[in-house]
Design a protein around this ligand. Structure first.
Ligand code: ADP
Length: 278
């Protein structure tokens, strides 16, 4: 968008010069493009399980009498799994769109050990079923951090969920938290949080793309379980905390996702209010 303004000399009423304002509309166009791409991807992703569910139900309805009891059961189980997948997709899309609508979140003192405890409680059964050891290694007496409890719980849930998904039986998933050394006398301090697994690892050439919406590394491990949105949600929540999520990974050895969060101080200036995107 180009705006031309003729600047008049107040006294002589003659043209003194021209002021030019250039507003970049590329970003706006890019955002619109990203939104349409997202809607098209969502529609595609939703259509697949819906199509499968409908096909299985139709087959059962029309040819149910010709099928054996075990075949009927298998059809029903598959339709049920596809319904679960559809539910996960809808939930993840809703979470992401809620995050992107940029409503203001409360940032308060969050006890990391309580968040980790809660995460372990919700995932322990799943870990046990898969034969994976799930544990925590937290430095004692950690101070609270400045953040949003519900959003951070979601980050832990997504990262630990992935770690369990991509680790074989006999493996280990550990949540670590430690206080980083102060970088200066005015540094309020930061906590480093790590979620490490001994799983299948991620190829260096995929490590950037895994944060893209709907990206999933081509492998046969639990492909049905994933939506490809979990890490986009994690990245978005970290941005809301003015932080970033990083990873180190080696194929067949394991992956560690890590991020830093500021220590909560009574006098600390709260995180800036979030300005909705246009
Ligand atoms: P998904 O729902 O598929 O897990 P995510 O956005 O959470 O979606 O992750 C994207 C992809 O990144 C996954 O499908 C998987 O290929 C890869 N990935 C994520 N976490 C791990 C991990 N801990 N170990 C190996 N691969 C992972």
């Amino acid at each position: 968008r180009l705006l031309l303004m003729t600047v008049l000399d107040q006294h002589r009423e003659s043209t003194k010069g021209i002021a030019i304002t250039v507003q970049d509309i590329t970003r706006e166009a890019e955002l619109n493009e990203a939104k349409s791409q997202f809607i098209s991807n969502v529609s595609h992703e939703l259509r697949t399980p819906l199509f499968n569910i409908k096909s299985f139900i139709e087959t059962l309805h029309e040819y149910g009498d010709d099928l054996s009891e075990s075949e009927r059961l298998e059809f029903l189980e598959t339709a049920n799994r596809e319904t679960d997948r559809l539910t996960r997709l809808v939930n993840d899309v809703l979470d992401l769109s809620r995050l992107e609508s940029c409503k203001r979140y409360n940032f308060e003192a969050v006890d990391v050990s309580a968040t980790v405890e809660q995460t372990l409680r919700s995932n322990q059964l799943n870990a046990k079923d898969k034969g994976i050891e799930l544990c925590q290694e937290l430095e004692p007496h950690l101070p609270p951090i400045l953040g949003n409890y519900d959003l951070l719980l979601q980050v832990f849930a997504n990262l630990v969920g992935n770690a369990l998904k991509f680790t074989q039986s006999g493996g280990r998933v550990v949540i670590r938290a430690s206080l980083l050394p102060l970088s200066s006398p005015v540094d309020p301090g930061r906590l480093r949080i790590e979620i490490a697994d001994t799983g299948i690892g991620i190829d260096p050439e995929d490590q950037e793309a895994i944060f893209d919406r709907f990206f999933r590394v081509e492998n046969r491990v639990h492909t049905l379980e994933g939506t490809g949105l979990g890490l986009s949600i994690v990245r978005n929540i970290m941005e809301k905390h003015h932080s970033q999520v990083h990873l180190v990974s080696e194929v067949s050895v394991g992956t560690t996702f890590w991020f830093d969060l500021p220590v909560f101080r009574e006098t600390a200036t709260p995180l800036e209010p979030l300005i909705p995107e246009v």
